[in-house]
Design a protein around this ligand. Structure first.
Ligand SMILES: Cc1cc2nc3c(=O)[nH]c(=O)nc-3n(C[C@H](O)[C@H](O)[C@H](O)COP(=O)(O)OP(=O)(O)OC[C@H]3O[C@@H](n4cnc5c(N)ncnc54)[C@H](O)[C@@H]3O)c2cc1C
Length: 510
């Protein structure tokens, strides 16, 4: 039996994988492709996370696709609406017919001789979860990894002392029990990131007894928390006045530039931004509230991700007393709750460990080139979307300081232009090659957040100059990806039988 061959294999049917499907269908109609998805559902993150209140923490006008502008009422949207948006995009464009569910890609070896990837995947049978997975083999001309950035099987959960003694329930937000009943219960949420600030007001009692008796957000150290209107009146007005093909890009750019402006302001004038954020908090929290302890981090804004709360919901819950924030360290879990280093005890029926994600690169795929394992941590990223010396492999990695999709849209556009160039010239191998020995490596993601630092030695690096540098800037990436030639002097196009073709002079932005 002959092995199946695809022009492109997309890994993952989340927000990025469905976006990749759109671009491949629209821009490379000649290409055969399939999306291998390890789970049995579309949506990735937005299908996996089911905790109360799950929502976006960046605006949907930039988290939505540029080819299918978000027209929902809310700019900060709930998880179910985002999942439906992704599913509908897949359905409307027939991308869902390209997905092979329950197919986990496990190995990928690039064969230079054949200029193609030799892929192994494991197919599981959802009706027989205990059965050994079936091995599936195929080849692909190009692999587009849209596999997200974290492990799906478990989140990050520190081993706190005494956890086994706790008589209540311990829940991680990544595996939320559908039947968890927290009405009238004492809940402690450990964490201070986006998940904690989402969960805490959502579990609080709205006044009708349906929520928890009390929710305590227990944090080791505070984060920056900013309130944003859930609805954007200007965007809604433009959407009403203009056809979507005009309002979509205008509203997207408005939001992209707005978030980038805030980021740049924070980087250049952290003192000013700190003062502005504090003044805003003073208006949202009860008089005399200890902002220094609970909402004033030791780092500058955007050294770690800034948490966003829609319409100040967290602060409203603090004001009405249904939620409190405790900043302290855990000494030990006890049978009835948590004892803190200060000696204080927090009673709890349920403890939610919103302690984060366990990062994972390219969905854990073991990649090799001609049988030689790719040492990912030693590689530079090319334009934040390919790996130095690794042919025909692109990665959908979004921004840490703006919506994920802004970068992935640019990456998809670039990948399809590169594929078309290869198709037109008959050159089947595209490899980013670093010939500049003065380029020095630095961590890929500049944030000091714990979950990023924990994984820094497993992730590739960025270089000290373009095209190896990762700017976390939509404007700069727009020039480097959308407004540049794919033949930039660094990307080497070649064939197994012909010598490498020298690319034309560089036209990339510096
Ligand atoms: C709770 C939460 C909220 C977030 N909110 C925002 C936000 O508001 N704004 C923002 O910009 N970003 C946000 N993010 C980041 C978010 O992950 C991205 O916005 C986006 O959903 C990523 O989409 P993706 O398709 O790249 O990855 P994912 O959503 O992670 O999807 C990856 C898919 O690939 C599949 N896969 C992985 N490995 C393999 C393999 N080896 N073989 C086959 N399939 C595989 C997975 O099963 C999954 O379906 C959030 C993340 C989390 C966890």
């Amino acid at each position: 039996m002959s092995t199946e061959h695809l022009d492109v294999l997309v890994v993952g049917a989340g927000l990025s994988g469905i976006g990749a499907g759109h671009y491949l269908q629209a821009e490379c109609p000649w290409a055969s492709y399939a999306i291998f998805e390890a789970r049995d559902a579309i949506g990735g993150t937005w299908d996996l996370f089911r905790y109360p209140g799950i929502r976006s923490d960046s605006d949907m006008y930039t988290l939505g696709y540029s080819f299918r502008p978000w027209t929902g009422e809310k700019s900060i949207a709930d998880g179910a609406s985002i999942l439906e948006y992704i599913r509908e995009t897949a359905r409307v464009e027939g991308i869902d017919r390209k997905i092979r569910f329950n197919h986990r890609v496990v190995t990928a070896n690039w064969s230079t001789e054949d200029a193609r990837w030799e892929i192994t995947a494991e197919r599981t049978d959802p009706d027989r979860p205990d059965a050994a997975p079936e091995r599936v083999e195929l080849t692909a001309g190009f692999v587009f990894s849209c596999s997200g950035y974290y492990r799906y099987d478990h989140g990050y959960q520190p081993d706190f002392p005494g956890m086994d003694d706790f008589a209540g329930e311990i829940v991680h937000p990544q595996h939320w029990p559908a039947d968890l009943d927290y009405a009238g219960k004492q809940v402690v949420v450990i964490g201070s990131g986006a998940t904690a600030v989402t969960l805490v007001p959502s579990m609080a009692d709205p006044g009708d007894g349906s929520g928890a008796e009390h929710v305590t957000m227990l944090q080791r150290s505070p984060s920056y928390v900013v309130s944003m209107p859930a609805k954007n009146p200007l965007a809604r007005l433009l959407q009403r006045l203009l056809p979507t093909r005009l309002s979509g890009p205008i509203v997207k750019w408005m939001n992209a530039l707005g978030s980038q402006g805030f980021f740049q302001l924070s980087q250049r004038f952290p003192g000013v931004v700190k003062k502005l954020l504090r003044r805003r908090l003073e208006g949202l929290l009860p008089e005399g509230y200890d902002i220094d302890t609970h909402f004033t981090p030791s780092y500058d804004p955007w050294d770690q991700r800034v948490c966003l709360v829609p319409d100040g919901d967290l602060f409203r819950a603090i004001r009405d007393g249904s939620v409190s924030v405790v900043t302290d360290h855990i000494d030990t879990f006890t049978e009835t709750g948590i004892r803190l280093r200060s000696g204080r005890e927090l009673a709890a029926d349920i403890v939610v460990t919103a302690t984060g994600l366990e990062l994972l690169f390219i969905g854990g795929i073991e990649a090799s080139v001609d049988g030689e394992p790719v040492d990912i941590a030693s590689k530079l990223t090319y334009k934040g979307m390919m790996l130095e010396g690794v042919p025909n492999l692109a990665l959908a990695i979004g921004y840490t300081n703006a919506s994920w999709t802004l970068k992935c849209d640019l990456t998809c556009d670039y990948v399809t232009r590169m594929l078309n160039h290869m198709h037109d010239t008959g050159l089947r191998q595209a490899t980013p090659v670093n010939a500049d020995s003065s380029v020095t490596p630095a961590p890929l993601l500049g944030l000091s957040s714990g979950y990023i630092q924990r994984a820094a030695d497993r992730f590739p690096k960025q270089g000290s100059r373009m095209p190896w540098q990762v700017h976390q800037s939509y404007l700069r990436d727009y020039r480097a990806l959308k407004r540049s030639e794919v033949t930039d002097g660094v990307m080497v196009f070649s064939n197994p039988t012909s010598p490498a073709v020298e690319a034309e002079p560089a036209t990339v932005a510096s």
